[in-house]
Design a protein around this ligand. Structure first.
Ligand code: F6R
Length: 366
């Protein structure tokens, strides 16, 4: 059932080109350059007139939510808040008429996310589910939503569900922006075409696996690591750090790279690996100067860069290249090497990759 792979996690990482195609099937119409989502047909008024979106989620799904915020704000120009479900539910949160509350959950059974959703429903918000497990509690509590359709995820560390969630959020933000007229037609069509190329580009990243494995080996004995990204790659840095923590038991922190000088830079010495997600996008020059700051303090730099990169590659100890893409789609490619890195470190350490200690696949108790 692991399809020839040593672990479910590896199989699920390698499944991503197919999963993302499945997730987009019937929704991304490449020939017509159009996105079709039944939720937008059925709930057009409530969605187009939403005053605000509030995303509630936990863990990896919360990271996908942070990317969703950027996508929706970029294309639909509607404000989005992203909340830890566990905090939201106990805070007596303000829910306004016209709010749409989006719960993101792979399992659809996370207790805190479900409770946050139920609270939103009592307050009269439209409850929108982004779920993998069909018929799960969160799916049933939803007024509407979008399934990610990536198939069962068995490895405890979430991988294909994350890219599926980000894909669905991308489709939703594009479709909503199109309905509202807040995304230029050309950008809408260009992004649709590029989305169609993403599964193939993920395959290209997977082909770098043996190099990624070599780089991962150099992290095996690290006690700490920092992950840095900016813009769309900031949540990717958080996700890379979480992957490393949960399966390799190496303490890792993700940061928006510019926050480094407000504290974490004090940690940097020759024993501190710093993983930069530094693809060629609008903040590239900014992150390059963050990388130089780490270099000046003898930190070990590992960087995810765009094919053909020179500036970062010149100063990093190791780089992993990903194909070029549009900034809003960058996470779908840049997260892949981080998933593989965590996987290889855990295997190298002889750890139980699919069932890390103290973790459960569905967190059904708070
Ligand atoms: C991390 C991981 C967890 C889950 C979190 C939410 O790899 O798997 O952080 O993302 O427990 O789970 P779902 O998405 O099922 O609500």
């Amino acid at each position: 059932e692991k399809g020839g792979f040593d672990h479910f996690m590896l199989k699920e990482i390698y499944d991503q080109p197919r999963c993302i195609s499945d997730c987009m099937r019937g929704r991304l119409l490449l020939k017509e350059k159009r996105i079709v989502l039944s939720t937008i047909n059925l709930h057009r008024n409530e969605l187009v007139n939403a005053g605000r979106f509030v995303i509630v989620a936990c863990g990896t799904s919360w990271h996908a939510g942070l990317i969703g915020k950027q996508l929706i704000e970029q294309w639909a120009k509607i404000p989005v808040e992203v909340e830890y479900a566990s905090e939201f539910r106990y805070r007596n949160p303000v829910i306004l008429p016209g709010d749409v509350v989006i719960a993101i959950s792979q399992s659809g059974e996370t207790a805190d996310t479900l409770a946050a959703f139920e609270l939103a429903k009592k307050s009269g918000a439209l409850c929108f589910g982004i779920v993998n497990a069909v018929g799960s509690s969160i799916a049933r509590a939803s007024d509407t939503g979008i399934y990610i359709h990536v198939g069962p995820e068995i490895g405890v560390a979430s991988t294909k569900a994350f890219t599926g969630q980000v894909t669905v959020l991308t489709l939703f933000a594009l479709a909503l922006g199109h309905e509202l007229g807040t995304i230029p037609q050309q950008e809408y069509e260009d992004t649709i075409e590029e989305l169609g190329r993403i599964p193939g580009k993920i395959k290209t990243v997977l082909e770098k696996d043996s190099k990624i494995k070599d780089i991962a080996r150099t992290l095996t004995y690290a006690e700490n690591a920092l992950y840095m990204g900016r813009g769309y790659n900031y949540p990717v840095a958080l996700e890379g750090a979480l992957k490393l923590k949960e399966i390799s038991y190496i303490h890792a922190e993700g940061y928006p790279a510019a926050e480094m000088k407000h504290g974490p830079i004090a940690l940097i010495d020759e024993d501190m690996p710093v993983v930069f997600v530094a693809t060629h996008h609008q903040l590239y020059k900014k992150i390059l100067s963050n990388i130089e700051e780490v270099k000046a303090r003898n930190g070990r730099i590992i960087a995810i860069v765009t094919e053909g990169d020179e500036a970062v590659s010149d100063i990093a100890e190791a780089t992993i290249e990903v194909p070029p893409t549009l900034a809003p789609l960058a996470p779908l490619l840049s997260v892949i090497p981080l998933q593989l890195t965590a996987y290889h470190v855990a295997v190298e350490k002889g750890l139980n990759v699919d069932q890390p200690r103290n973790l459960a696949k569905s967190v059904t108790v708070e």
